[in-house]
Design a protein around this ligand. Sequence first.
Ligand code: NAD
Ligand code: TDX
Length: 332
Amino acid sequence: MQKLLVTGGAGFIGSNFVHHVVENTDAHVTVLDKLTYAGNAASLDGLPADRVRLVKGDIVDAELVDTLTANVDAVIHYAAESHNDNSLHDPKPFVDTNIIGTYTLLEAARRYDRRFHHISTDEVYGDLELDDPERFTETTPYNPSSPYSSTKAGSDLLVRAWVRSFGVQATISNCSNNYGPYQHVEKFIPRQITNVIRGIRPKLYGSGQNVRDWIHADDHSSAVLTILGKGVIGETYLIGADGEKDNRSVVELILTQMGQESDAYDHVTDRAGHDLRYAIDSTKLRTELGWLPAFGDFESGLASTIAWYQTNEPWWASSKDATESFYASKGQ
Ligand code: NAD
Ligand code: TDX
Protein backbone atom coordinates (compact mmCIF):
# COMPACT_ATOMS: atom_id res chain seq x y z
CA MET A 1 0.00 0.00 0.00
CA GLN A 2 1.79 3.06 -1.27
CA LYS A 3 -0.87 5.75 -0.92
CA LEU A 4 -2.63 6.24 2.40
CA LEU A 5 -5.44 8.56 3.46
CA VAL A 6 -5.10 9.25 7.20
CA THR A 7 -8.12 10.99 8.73
CA GLY A 8 -7.39 12.96 11.90
CA GLY A 9 -3.68 12.93 11.03
CA ALA A 10 -3.12 16.33 12.68
CA GLY A 11 -4.38 15.01 16.03
CA PHE A 12 -2.41 13.22 18.72
CA ILE A 13 -2.35 9.57 17.63
CA GLY A 14 -2.89 10.28 13.94
CA SER A 15 0.16 12.57 13.74
CA ASN A 16 2.28 10.02 15.61
CA PHE A 17 1.14 7.47 13.00
CA VAL A 18 2.12 9.76 10.10
CA HIS A 19 5.60 10.24 11.61
CA HIS A 20 5.85 6.46 12.09
CA VAL A 21 4.82 5.77 8.47
CA VAL A 22 7.36 8.24 7.09
CA GLU A 23 10.13 6.75 9.22
CA ASN A 24 9.31 3.08 8.61
CA THR A 25 7.79 2.77 5.10
CA ASP A 26 7.95 4.35 1.63
CA ALA A 27 4.25 5.23 1.60
CA HIS A 28 2.81 8.63 0.66
CA VAL A 29 0.26 10.08 3.05
CA THR A 30 -2.67 12.43 2.55
CA VAL A 31 -3.97 13.73 5.86
CA LEU A 32 -7.64 14.77 5.98
CA ASP A 33 -8.21 16.84 9.12
CA LYS A 34 -10.77 19.48 10.06
CA LEU A 35 -8.21 21.12 12.38
CA THR A 36 -10.68 21.41 15.24
CA TYR A 37 -9.40 22.74 18.57
CA ALA A 38 -7.70 19.31 18.91
CA GLY A 39 -5.92 19.36 15.54
CA ASN A 40 -2.60 21.11 15.03
CA ALA A 41 -0.86 21.37 11.65
CA ALA A 42 2.42 21.94 13.55
CA SER A 43 2.31 18.29 14.63
CA LEU A 44 3.31 17.47 11.04
CA ASP A 45 6.16 20.00 10.90
CA GLY A 46 9.43 18.61 9.61
CA LEU A 47 7.87 15.84 7.54
CA PRO A 48 8.87 15.73 3.85
CA ALA A 49 6.43 17.70 1.67
CA ASP A 50 6.79 15.19 -1.17
CA ARG A 51 5.47 12.42 1.10
CA VAL A 52 2.91 14.11 3.35
CA ARG A 53 0.10 16.42 2.26
CA LEU A 54 -2.42 18.03 4.63
CA VAL A 55 -5.96 18.66 3.36
CA LYS A 56 -8.10 20.73 5.71
CA GLY A 57 -11.63 19.33 5.57
CA ASP A 58 -14.44 17.50 7.31
CA ILE A 59 -14.99 13.73 7.16
CA VAL A 60 -18.72 14.35 6.86
CA ASP A 61 -18.09 16.14 3.52
CA ALA A 62 -18.99 13.24 1.18
CA GLU A 63 -17.74 14.92 -2.00
CA LEU A 64 -14.30 15.66 -0.53
CA VAL A 65 -14.08 12.22 1.08
CA ASP A 66 -14.95 10.58 -2.26
CA THR A 67 -12.30 12.51 -4.18
CA LEU A 68 -9.58 11.70 -1.66
CA THR A 69 -10.56 8.04 -1.23
CA ALA A 70 -10.55 7.45 -5.00
CA ASN A 71 -6.87 8.42 -5.09
CA VAL A 72 -5.45 6.16 -2.36
CA ASP A 73 -4.96 2.45 -1.67
CA ALA A 74 -6.16 2.52 1.93
CA VAL A 75 -7.96 4.71 4.44
CA ILE A 76 -6.80 4.72 8.07
CA HIS A 77 -9.51 6.42 10.08
CA TYR A 78 -8.34 8.23 13.22
CA ALA A 79 -10.50 11.38 13.08
CA ALA A 80 -12.87 11.69 16.01
CA GLU A 81 -14.07 13.89 18.79
CA SER A 82 -11.98 12.14 21.44
CA HIS A 83 -12.41 13.70 24.88
CA ASN A 84 -14.84 12.14 27.37
CA ASP A 85 -15.18 15.33 29.44
CA ASN A 86 -16.25 17.34 26.36
CA SER A 87 -18.78 14.66 25.43
CA LEU A 88 -20.46 15.11 28.82
CA HIS A 89 -21.00 18.83 28.16
CA ASP A 90 -21.75 18.86 24.40
CA PRO A 91 -22.39 15.43 22.83
CA LYS A 92 -23.58 16.63 19.39
CA PRO A 93 -20.14 16.93 17.67
CA PHE A 94 -19.42 13.38 18.85
CA VAL A 95 -22.49 12.04 17.05
CA ASP A 96 -21.70 14.07 13.92
CA THR A 97 -18.01 13.22 13.57
CA ASN A 98 -17.79 9.78 15.14
CA ILE A 99 -20.95 8.30 13.63
CA ILE A 100 -21.87 10.32 10.51
CA GLY A 101 -18.20 10.84 9.66
CA THR A 102 -17.44 7.12 9.88
CA TYR A 103 -20.54 6.37 7.79
CA THR A 104 -19.36 8.85 5.13
CA LEU A 105 -15.91 7.26 4.94
CA LEU A 106 -17.33 3.72 4.80
CA GLU A 107 -19.56 4.66 1.88
CA ALA A 108 -16.51 5.99 -0.01
CA ALA A 109 -14.46 2.87 0.80
CA ARG A 110 -17.36 0.78 -0.45
CA ARG A 111 -17.76 2.81 -3.66
CA TYR A 112 -14.06 2.63 -4.58
CA ASP A 113 -13.37 -0.79 -2.99
CA ARG A 114 -10.57 0.55 -0.80
CA ARG A 115 -8.91 -1.12 2.23
CA PHE A 116 -10.22 0.53 5.39
CA HIS A 117 -8.83 0.44 8.91
CA HIS A 118 -10.92 1.84 11.74
CA ILE A 119 -9.22 3.14 14.88
CA SER A 120 -11.25 2.62 18.01
CA THR A 121 -10.95 2.42 21.77
CA ASP A 122 -11.18 -0.07 24.61
CA GLU A 123 -13.84 2.20 26.15
CA VAL A 124 -16.48 0.52 23.96
CA TYR A 125 -16.33 -2.37 26.45
CA GLY A 126 -17.29 -0.25 29.48
CA ASP A 127 -15.20 -0.74 32.61
CA LEU A 128 -13.89 -3.48 34.92
CA GLU A 129 -13.78 -3.80 38.71
CA LEU A 130 -10.38 -3.09 40.25
CA ASP A 131 -10.00 -6.71 41.40
CA ASP A 132 -11.47 -8.38 38.28
CA PRO A 133 -8.92 -10.95 37.02
CA GLU A 134 -10.39 -10.68 33.50
CA ARG A 135 -9.21 -8.15 30.91
CA PHE A 136 -11.03 -6.99 27.76
CA THR A 137 -10.77 -9.35 24.77
CA GLU A 138 -12.21 -9.19 21.25
CA THR A 139 -15.31 -11.11 22.51
CA THR A 140 -16.12 -8.86 25.49
CA PRO A 141 -19.68 -7.48 25.03
CA TYR A 142 -20.00 -3.79 24.18
CA ASN A 143 -21.14 -1.70 27.16
CA PRO A 144 -20.04 1.93 26.64
CA SER A 145 -20.53 4.47 29.44
CA SER A 146 -20.10 7.99 27.99
CA PRO A 147 -21.42 9.86 24.95
CA TYR A 148 -17.87 9.59 23.55
CA SER A 149 -17.53 5.83 24.00
CA SER A 150 -21.09 5.17 22.82
CA THR A 151 -20.43 7.01 19.55
CA LYS A 152 -17.18 5.05 19.10
CA ALA A 153 -19.11 1.82 19.76
CA GLY A 154 -21.68 2.90 17.16
CA SER A 155 -18.93 3.58 14.63
CA ASP A 156 -17.38 0.13 15.24
CA LEU A 157 -20.76 -1.50 14.59
CA LEU A 158 -21.15 0.45 11.34
CA VAL A 159 -17.77 -0.91 10.19
CA ARG A 160 -18.77 -4.49 11.04
CA ALA A 161 -22.05 -4.09 9.15
CA TRP A 162 -20.34 -2.59 6.09
CA VAL A 163 -17.97 -5.58 5.99
CA ARG A 164 -20.76 -8.13 6.24
CA SER A 165 -23.43 -6.40 4.14
CA PHE A 166 -21.30 -4.77 1.43
CA GLY A 167 -17.97 -6.63 1.52
CA VAL A 168 -15.95 -3.58 2.54
CA GLN A 169 -12.31 -4.65 3.14
CA ALA A 170 -12.11 -3.38 6.70
CA THR A 171 -10.39 -4.18 9.99
CA ILE A 172 -10.91 -2.59 13.41
CA SER A 173 -8.52 -2.02 16.31
CA ASN A 174 -9.49 -1.06 19.86
CA CYS A 175 -6.56 0.41 21.77
CA SER A 176 -6.06 1.41 25.40
CA ASN A 177 -4.95 4.87 26.67
CA ASN A 178 -2.10 6.37 24.65
CA TYR A 179 0.62 8.72 25.87
CA GLY A 180 3.50 10.41 24.08
CA PRO A 181 4.29 13.63 22.15
CA TYR A 182 1.65 15.82 20.43
CA GLN A 183 -1.19 14.98 22.87
CA HIS A 184 -3.58 17.87 23.59
CA VAL A 185 -3.18 19.43 27.05
CA GLU A 186 -6.81 18.61 27.90
CA LYS A 187 -5.83 14.95 28.40
CA PHE A 188 -4.65 13.56 31.75
CA ILE A 189 -0.87 13.14 31.33
CA PRO A 190 -0.10 16.32 29.30
CA ARG A 191 -2.45 18.35 31.51
CA GLN A 192 -0.49 17.40 34.63
CA ILE A 193 2.94 17.83 32.99
CA THR A 194 2.06 21.30 31.67
CA ASN A 195 0.45 22.21 35.02
CA VAL A 196 3.75 21.49 36.78
CA ILE A 197 5.67 23.48 34.14
CA ARG A 198 3.27 26.41 34.75
CA GLY A 199 3.44 26.11 38.56
CA ILE A 200 -0.16 24.81 38.84
CA ARG A 201 -0.84 21.78 41.07
CA PRO A 202 -1.92 18.62 39.16
CA LYS A 203 -5.64 17.80 39.36
CA LEU A 204 -6.81 14.28 40.17
CA TYR A 205 -10.47 13.40 39.57
CA GLY A 206 -12.14 11.89 42.64
CA SER A 207 -10.02 9.45 44.64
CA GLY A 208 -7.61 8.73 41.77
CA GLN A 209 -8.01 4.96 42.15
CA ASN A 210 -9.21 4.64 38.52
CA VAL A 211 -6.92 2.47 36.41
CA ARG A 212 -5.88 3.08 32.80
CA ASP A 213 -3.80 0.70 30.64
CA TRP A 214 -1.08 2.94 29.14
CA ILE A 215 0.60 2.38 25.77
CA HIS A 216 3.05 4.66 23.97
CA ALA A 217 1.52 6.17 20.80
CA ASP A 218 4.43 4.82 18.73
CA ASP A 219 3.54 1.26 19.79
CA HIS A 220 -0.05 1.96 18.73
CA SER A 221 1.28 3.02 15.32
CA SER A 222 3.39 -0.11 14.85
CA ALA A 223 0.36 -2.24 15.75
CA VAL A 224 -1.80 -0.46 13.16
CA LEU A 225 0.86 -0.96 10.45
CA THR A 226 0.99 -4.66 11.42
CA ILE A 227 -2.79 -4.98 11.08
CA LEU A 228 -2.73 -3.15 7.73
CA GLY A 229 -0.12 -5.60 6.46
CA LYS A 230 -1.28 -8.87 7.99
CA GLY A 231 -4.74 -8.37 9.50
CA VAL A 232 -7.65 -10.53 8.38
CA ILE A 233 -10.54 -8.62 6.78
CA GLY A 234 -13.54 -8.35 9.09
CA GLU A 235 -11.46 -8.98 12.22
CA THR A 236 -11.08 -6.85 15.33
CA TYR A 237 -7.73 -6.62 17.16
CA LEU A 238 -7.21 -5.27 20.67
CA ILE A 239 -4.01 -3.22 21.10
CA GLY A 240 -2.38 -2.93 24.53
CA ALA A 241 1.01 -3.10 26.21
CA ASP A 242 0.23 -4.41 29.73
CA GLY A 243 0.54 -0.90 31.16
CA GLU A 244 -2.08 -0.79 33.93
CA LYS A 245 -1.56 2.06 36.42
CA ASP A 246 -3.92 3.91 38.74
CA ASN A 247 -4.23 7.65 38.17
CA ARG A 248 -2.79 8.60 41.55
CA SER A 249 0.42 6.64 40.83
CA VAL A 250 0.75 8.38 37.46
CA VAL A 251 0.40 11.84 39.02
CA GLU A 252 2.94 10.92 41.71
CA LEU A 253 5.39 9.68 39.05
CA ILE A 254 5.00 12.90 37.04
CA LEU A 255 5.62 15.00 40.16
CA THR A 256 8.71 13.07 41.27
CA GLN A 257 10.16 12.91 37.74
CA MET A 258 9.70 16.71 37.57
CA GLY A 259 11.48 17.27 40.90
CA GLN A 260 8.37 18.00 43.03
CA GLU A 261 6.96 16.41 46.20
CA SER A 262 4.88 13.37 45.23
CA ASP A 263 1.80 14.63 47.14
CA ALA A 264 1.78 18.15 45.60
CA TYR A 265 -1.54 17.62 43.77
CA ASP A 266 -5.25 18.45 44.37
CA HIS A 267 -8.28 16.17 44.36
CA VAL A 268 -11.04 17.77 42.24
CA THR A 269 -14.65 16.98 41.27
CA ASP A 270 -14.92 13.50 39.80
CA ARG A 271 -15.99 12.89 36.18
CA ALA A 272 -19.68 11.91 35.85
CA GLY A 273 -19.98 8.18 35.16
CA HIS A 274 -16.17 7.84 35.49
CA ASP A 275 -15.07 4.40 34.21
CA LEU A 276 -13.18 2.59 36.96
CA ARG A 277 -10.69 0.40 35.11
CA TYR A 278 -9.63 -0.50 31.58
CA ALA A 279 -7.35 -3.48 30.87
CA ILE A 280 -6.48 -5.01 27.51
CA ASP A 281 -5.61 -8.61 26.64
CA SER A 282 -3.75 -8.25 23.31
CA THR A 283 -2.97 -11.98 22.90
CA LYS A 284 -4.71 -12.20 19.53
CA LEU A 285 -2.61 -9.43 17.96
CA ARG A 286 0.60 -10.85 19.44
CA THR A 287 0.04 -14.52 18.57
CA GLU A 288 -1.80 -14.25 15.23
CA LEU A 289 0.05 -11.24 13.73
CA GLY A 290 3.33 -11.36 15.69
CA TRP A 291 3.18 -7.79 17.04
CA LEU A 292 5.10 -6.75 20.16
CA PRO A 293 5.32 -3.32 21.84
CA ALA A 294 8.75 -1.65 21.82
CA PHE A 295 8.19 0.75 24.79
CA GLY A 296 8.11 -1.82 27.62
CA ASP A 297 8.91 0.63 30.37
CA PHE A 298 6.23 3.23 31.23
CA GLU A 299 8.56 5.23 33.48
CA SER A 300 11.13 5.90 30.74
CA GLY A 301 8.37 6.57 28.17
CA LEU A 302 6.87 9.07 30.63
CA ALA A 303 10.28 10.73 31.19
CA SER A 304 10.73 11.26 27.43
CA THR A 305 7.16 12.59 27.18
CA ILE A 306 7.85 15.08 30.01
CA ALA A 307 11.04 16.16 28.18
CA TRP A 308 9.04 16.65 24.97
CA TYR A 309 6.54 19.01 26.68
CA GLN A 310 9.40 20.88 28.37
CA THR A 311 11.16 21.53 25.05
CA ASN A 312 8.04 22.11 22.93
CA GLU A 313 6.15 24.77 24.91
CA PRO A 314 5.26 26.78 21.74
CA TRP A 315 3.35 23.69 20.50
CA TRP A 316 1.01 23.64 23.53
CA ALA A 317 1.12 27.11 25.12
CA SER A 318 -1.74 28.61 23.09
CA SER A 319 -4.21 25.88 24.19
CA LYS A 320 -3.31 25.84 27.87
CA ASP A 321 -5.22 28.85 29.23
CA ALA A 322 -8.50 28.03 27.45
CA THR A 323 -8.26 24.40 28.60
CA GLU A 324 -7.70 25.36 32.23
CA SER A 325 -10.52 27.97 32.14
CA PHE A 326 -12.89 25.28 30.87
CA TYR A 327 -11.86 22.86 33.64
CA ALA A 328 -12.06 25.59 36.29
CA SER A 329 -15.66 26.36 35.26
CA LYS A 330 -16.51 22.68 35.95
CA GLY A 331 -14.70 22.56 39.31
CA GLN A 332 -11.98 20.39 37.80
P1 NAD B 1 -7.37 13.94 19.01
O1 NAD B 1 -8.56 14.62 19.57
O2 NAD B 1 -6.02 14.31 19.51
O3 NAD B 1 -7.34 14.11 17.42
C1 NAD B 1 -8.48 14.01 16.63
C2 NAD B 1 -8.18 14.65 15.29
O4 NAD B 1 -9.35 14.49 14.46
C3 NAD B 1 -7.90 16.15 15.37
O5 NAD B 1 -6.77 16.46 14.59
C4 NAD B 1 -9.15 16.80 14.81
O6 NAD B 1 -8.91 18.05 14.18
C5 NAD B 1 -9.63 15.74 13.83
N1 NAD B 1 -11.07 15.81 13.57
C6 NAD B 1 -12.07 15.91 14.49
N2 NAD B 1 -13.26 15.97 13.86
C7 NAD B 1 -13.02 15.89 12.54
C8 NAD B 1 -13.84 15.88 11.37
N3 NAD B 1 -15.17 15.98 11.47
N4 NAD B 1 -13.25 15.79 10.16
C9 NAD B 1 -11.89 15.68 10.06
N5 NAD B 1 -11.07 15.70 11.11
C10 NAD B 1 -11.62 15.79 12.33
O7 NAD B 1 -7.65 12.39 19.22
P2 NAD B 1 -6.64 11.18 19.47
O8 NAD B 1 -6.46 11.03 20.93
O9 NAD B 1 -5.48 11.34 18.59
O10 NAD B 1 -7.53 9.96 18.97
C11 NAD B 1 -7.46 9.53 17.62
C12 NAD B 1 -8.30 8.28 17.45
O11 NAD B 1 -7.83 7.27 18.33
C13 NAD B 1 -9.77 8.48 17.81
O12 NAD B 1 -10.56 7.76 16.90
C14 NAD B 1 -9.89 7.90 19.21
O13 NAD B 1 -11.19 7.43 19.46
C15 NAD B 1 -8.89 6.78 19.13
N6 NAD B 1 -8.28 6.35 20.40
C16 NAD B 1 -7.68 7.27 21.21
C17 NAD B 1 -7.03 6.83 22.37
C18 NAD B 1 -6.30 7.79 23.28
O14 NAD B 1 -5.75 7.39 24.29
N7 NAD B 1 -6.21 9.09 22.95
C19 NAD B 1 -7.05 5.47 22.71
C20 NAD B 1 -7.70 4.57 21.85
C21 NAD B 1 -8.31 5.03 20.71
O1 TDX C 1 -7.25 16.37 34.86
C1 TDX C 1 -7.57 15.17 34.83
N1 TDX C 1 -7.53 14.44 35.98
C2 TDX C 1 -7.85 13.12 36.03
O2 TDX C 1 -7.80 12.50 37.11
C3 TDX C 1 -7.96 14.50 33.60
C4 TDX C 1 -8.03 15.29 32.31
C5 TDX C 1 -8.27 13.17 33.66
N2 TDX C 1 -8.22 12.49 34.83
C6 TDX C 1 -8.49 11.04 34.84
C7 TDX C 1 -9.72 10.58 34.09
C8 TDX C 1 -9.29 9.19 33.62
O3 TDX C 1 -9.50 8.23 34.65
O4 TDX C 1 -7.39 10.44 34.15
C9 TDX C 1 -7.81 9.32 33.36
C10 TDX C 1 -7.45 9.57 31.91
O5 TDX C 1 -8.26 10.63 31.43
P1 TDX C 1 -8.24 11.11 29.91
O6 TDX C 1 -6.86 11.50 29.52
O7 TDX C 1 -9.33 12.11 29.73
O8 TDX C 1 -8.52 9.75 29.13
P2 TDX C 1 -9.76 8.71 29.16
O9 TDX C 1 -11.01 9.35 29.57
O10 TDX C 1 -9.29 7.49 29.90
O11 TDX C 1 -9.86 8.39 27.58
C11 TDX C 1 -8.67 8.27 26.78
O12 TDX C 1 -8.38 6.91 26.51
C12 TDX C 1 -9.28 6.24 25.67
C13 TDX C 1 -8.82 9.03 25.48
O13 TDX C 1 -9.09 10.39 25.76
C14 TDX C 1 -9.89 8.43 24.62
O14 TDX C 1 -9.96 9.11 23.38
C15 TDX C 1 -9.56 6.99 24.39
O15 TDX C 1 -10.60 6.37 23.70
